[in-house]
Design a protein around this ligand. Structure first.
Ligand SMILES: NC(=O)c1ccc[n+]([C@@H]2O[C@H](COP(=O)([O-])OP(=O)(O)OC[C@H]3O[C@@H](n4cnc5c(N)ncnc54)[C@H](O)[C@@H]3O)[C@@H](O)[C@H]2O)c1
Length: 373
């Protein structure tokens, strides 16, 4: 594994981000860095799928490191990212006598990292945790930035805490077993980061998308592209880890995406919804002369080459009610974060990183994309 950056949040300790295939070496290294020679217990938390794939190896390593690991699992799936699952993990840790000096090792996709990170945030008023990201989405997005939480009956991620990990391992070797549909969802977020901040990375992605590997069905983007994408998120989080300013940019595409997900009864996966959401919001900006039409075309081509959808799967009428309920709605107006061009984002005149979009403009963009598909 390679050390790619140290994320320095505005408050709290800086933490290293490592990337690569050799997760045992990576975890051993960060464990020793964090703990020196003093023994410390570990709680190893993952969903049942990731536990079956990676649990034995990591459990054996933590045992060798004298961490007397407690191995805990929960059922995979968004429906299990709940307060009830969190409570059952906490109860198991309390029963096993895990104390405040322990370190939680979260292993898996964004669900495992969000849920286990939230356990770490509140267990005995907060313990350290290390994120081992095994899905592409977690590697380019969820593993860094300190947002943890669970869903409730009323919506996703409604209860949670900001709690940065002490170290992050982007375990890219794990992508060998990740289903293509999950790889595509991660690719949508990776592309989003390039569109926000890095035109060179976008160009690299275009070249990679045309490569024989992708044509042959291998959608794993490689360590270099993953490292560049997570660096963009880390830079943004280092400037604003509480959504007070520039972090709002990471919501690009998400206002439309959340409405698509909700209107589809959550049958449309988040990453696919983000792909379409980015196009809808870029189309809004393009129609106002605030996003180049040529860039919109490049984005459409890249997404469709990678098998991501490029037209809304639902009618605007079905999605409109959910747009109005989005948490990014401010004072009755829809707020969207939209870059100015591929690789280029800037604040509005008032210093804000989001801007007002009317429901009518969103509808026109929605219809334009539906018609051109
Ligand atoms: N905290 C943040 O900043 C942040 C950012 C983006 C998304 N999220 C959250 O992340 C979640 C989505 O994350 P996700 O897409 O990784 O979902 P996920 O955690 O459900 O993982 C997707 C599926 O792939 C499986 N999986 C993971 N790694 C695997 C591997 N290497 N091989 C085989 N299967 C594997 C998982 O068991 C799961 O079934 C959402 O709950 C979202 O709210 C959080």
């Amino acid at each position: 594994m390679k050390h790619i950056l140290d994320l320095r949040p505005p408050r709290g300790a800086p933490y290293p981000v490592w990337c690569g295939a050799d997760v045992e070496r990576g975890l051993e290294h960060v464990w020793r860095e964090l703990n020196g020679s003093s023994p410390r217990r570990a709680a190893l938390v993952s969903d049942t799928t990731c536990d079956a794939l990676f649990g034995d190896t990591l459990f054996a390593l933590l045992t060798r490191l004298d961490a007397a690991p407690l191995r805990l699992t929960f059922l995979a799936g968004e429906e299990h990212k709940t307060r009830a699952t969190k409570a059952s993990l906490e109860d198991a840790m309390l029963t096993a006598g895990i104390d405040r000096s322990a370190c939680l090792v979260a292993v898996g996709g964004g669900i495992a990292l969000d849920l286990a990170g939230f356990v770490a945030a509140t267990y005995k008023r907060g313990i350290d945790h290390i994120n081992v990201a095994t899905s592409l989405l977690a590697q380019v997005d969820a593993a860094v930035g300190g947002k943890t939480g669970v869903n409730t009956e009323l919506g996703k991620n409604l209860v949670g805490a900001f709690h940065h990990p002490r170290a992050v391992l982007l375990y890219t070797g794990a992508l060998a077993t990740l289903p293509p549909s999950e790889l595509r969802c991660g690719l949508a977020e990776l592309i989003k980061h390039a569109v926000l901040r890095d035109a060179d990375l976008f160009g690299e992605l275009e070249r990679w998308a045309e490569s024989p590997a992708v044509a042959g069905g291998d959608l794993r983007p490689g360590d270099e592209l993953i490292a560049r994408a997570v660096t963009i998120k880390a830079d943004i989080v280092a400037a604003d880890d509480r959504d007070a300013g520039v972090r709002n940019l990471l919501n690009y595409g998400h206002t439309a995406a959340h409405a698509i997900e909700a209107a589809s009864g959550h049958r449309c996966p988040h990453g696919e919804a983000v792909a379409v959401g980015m196009l809808v919001e870029a189309q809004v900006a393009a129609s106002e002369g605030r996003f180049p039409a040529a860039d919109l075309q490049r984005l459409t081509t890249l997404l469709s080459t990678l098998g991501l959808p490029v037209a809304p799967p639902t009618r605007f009428a079905d999605a409109a009610a959910f747009v109005a309920h989005d948490k990014k709605v401010k004072a009755g107006a829809i707020r969207c974060a939209i870059p100015r061009a591929i690789g280029q984002s800037e604040p509005e005149h008032d210093g804000s990183w989001t801007r007002t979009v009317s429901l009518a403009a969103l509808e026109r963009a929605w219809e334009a994309l539906s018609c051109s598909a």
